[in-house]
Write a protein that binds this ligand. Structure first.
Ligand code: VGL
Ligand code: ZN
Length: 202
């Protein structure tokens, strides 16, 4: 068992990010058994769930003429336009059936506002609107977070970088993550994480 000051944050292990899903991450389902095992080591386990309304601004389908995986500019900065994914209440938004959910004390849903995306478990993509996770973890006495899940280069990396920015120690277990890797995004994310002090472990 890890010390009570350590939390496990499981990012977006949902059907749409697994093989067969709308925004499938290669081998996204292959991390699940390891994540399930890790849950027994942590007194605090948090799951995040990408949870978009159908009219979400991050969906290419809501931008006439735009291709999925193209880039647009939002008031808060650049934004990749994704295939429609993790729509609230759909099968794609559900956790993968093999993921243990019973050990989790908290599920953080994010990206539920139509006009703004949220990669990070801590802040929306404007980097200022909080999800509430910071307060939850501090109230529970957590000082260090271990991050696993999908996708390494988006939601996991953004969460790890925000954790460091907020003063938590952050470790990413890369073997328990898989990446989208769009136009070099994985290398960029790893460089940023390393530079900010995130511990990248296997
Ligand atoms: C994610 C793209 C869009 C993720 C979520 O979980 O990494 N990526 N929405
Ligand atoms: Zn999303």
């Amino acid at each position: 068992m890890r010390p009570a000051t350590d939390a496990l944050i499981v990012i977006d292990v949902q059907n749409d990010f697994c093989p067969g899903g709308a925004l499938a991450v290669a081998e996204g389902d292959q991390i699940i058994s390891r994540i399930n095992g890790l849950m027994d080591d942590f007194a605090t386990v948090v799951l995040t769930q990408d949870w978009h309304p159908a009219n979400h601004a991050s969906f290419a389908a809501n931008h006439p003429g735009a291709e999925p995986f193209s880039l647009t500019t939002m008031p808060y900065g650049p934004q990749v336009l994704w295939p429609t994914h993790c729509v609230q209440g759909t099968k794609g938004a559900e956790f993968h059936a093999d993921l243990r959910t019973d050990p989790a004390q908290l599920v953080v849903r994010k990206g539920f506002r139509a006009g703004i995306d949220s990669y990070s478990a801590f802040f929306e993509n404007d980097q200022t609107t909080p999800t509430g996770l910071e307060g939850y973890l501090r109230n529970r006495g957590v000082t260090a977070v271990t991050l696993v899940g999908l996708a390494t280069d988006y939601c996991v990396a953004y969460s790890a970088l925000d954790a460091m920015r907020l003063g938590f120690q952050a470790t990413v277990l890369e073997g328990a993550c898989r990446a989208i890797d769009l136009n070099g995004s994985l290398t960029e994310a790893r460089d940023k994480m390393r530079a900010s002090g995130v511990a990248l472990e296997a």
